[in-house]
Each structure stands twice: as C-alpha cells, then as structure tokens.
Design a protein around this ligand. Structure first.
Ligand code: UDP
Ligand code: MG
Length: 168
C-alpha cells in the first residue's frame, strides 16, 4: 500500500460534545502518524471552499451553518493531517459511512453521529475520500510550515511584503 496523507476535521459537534480525546484514540488504532494539527474557527469563505463541490445539494446551506459552528454555538474545529500506508481508506473505515444511521455502530460516526430533524447528517468528523481530495483539502487547511513533512512542492515568497500579527 502507498504512503499517503489525509485530512481529518473534528466538526463543531465533536468539540461541543467533548469527543476530541475519544476520536483521537479511535483514529490512533490506524497506527498512522499525525503530521499536522490545528484548532481553528471556520469562516464562511473556508466553508464554501471546502464544500464547493456540494454547493448545488439541498442540504448545502445547513451544511455550511454546521461547519461554521452556527448550529452548535461552537465555531472551533480541530483539523489534523494523518500520514501512512493507505491513510485515506483506513481513516474512512474508522470514520464510518456518511449517514450515521447506516454507519457501522462501532465507527466514529455510527457511535456519535445523528441525523437532525432537518435531515442533515451531523456526523462528527470529516475525512478525505481520495488522493485528489486530500491534496486539495490539506493545502486549504494547512500551510507547508504547519505540517512536519514535505508533502507537496513549495515556493518561497518575500515575508517583508506580508502583513501579519506577531507576539508583542
Ligand atoms: N451530508 C448530509 N446529507 C447528505 C450528504 C452529506 O447532511 O445526504 C453532509 C454530511 O455532514 C457529510 C457532508 O455533508 O459529512 C459532506 O458530504 P460528503 O458526501 O462529502 O460525505 P463525507 O465525505 O463527509 O462522508
Ligand atoms: Mg466528502
């Protein structure tokens, strides 16, 4: 099996329900390596870009409310990059099916997910489903210096021209 990287997002319901430790323990069964981790707030621009392929779906408006935290009063998510042999398949297996009622009951989504009365699948985590998707998503959620491995080609830019916050 090929070594590859995959993006995991613990969605706002996972943080709100204090499931982070539990989810990380389950994912560690994969023996994959965590090579990046961030806690961040998801704004609408990031939500739209992450789920851009789903923009025509009827559940899309509810989905962006979900990932930006408007359903839970909790706009933090935890984003992680896992790396190793067959990482994409291994993480998808531990995550379980998209629909939490169809997911294996011992999978993360089967154990902790639910379907809202609106029909939205509140399924606790996101996991990339292909190599193209993982590359696009990892580049969206992480910069090259936030991952402890050289995954994709990089270029250098002049930091003098970039306005950014530093510690006082
Ligand atoms: N989703 C939903 N209803 C559906 C399909 C998807 O609520 O019929 C939500 C669900 O939260 C899912 C997300 O939209 O995780 C992204 O959908 P995708 O088809 O990419 O499923 P995933 O890759 O997350 O299993
Ligand atoms: Mg998907």
């Amino acid at each position: 099996m090929k070594e590859e990287a995959t993006l995991v997002i613990i969605k706002p319901d996972g943080l709100k329900k204090s499931l982070t430790g539990n989810i990380l323990s389950r994912l560690s069964e994969s023996k994959l390596k965590i090579i990046g981790a961030r806690i961040l707030k998801v704004d609408i621009a990031l939500a739209n870009e992450h789920y851009r392929h789903l923009q025509k779906e009827p559940f899309y408006p509810e989905l962006t409310k979900y990932i930006t935290g408007q359903l839970h009063g909790e706009n933090r998510v935890m984003a992680l990059v896992y790396f190793g042999e067959g990482a994409i398949t291994k993480v998808r297996e531990l995550a379980g099916a998209t629909n939490p009622e169809e997911a294996d009951p011992v999978s993360i989504r089967g154990a902790f997910g639910r379907i809202l009365t609106t029909g939205l699948f509140e399924n606790v985590i996101h996991a990339s489903s292909s190599n193209e998707e993982s590359e696009r998503e990892i580049k969206l959620w992480f910069g090259p210096d936030e991952i402890v491995q050289e995954l994709y080609p990089v270029k250098e830019i002049n930091p003098e021209s970039l306005k950014r916050r530093v510690w006082k």
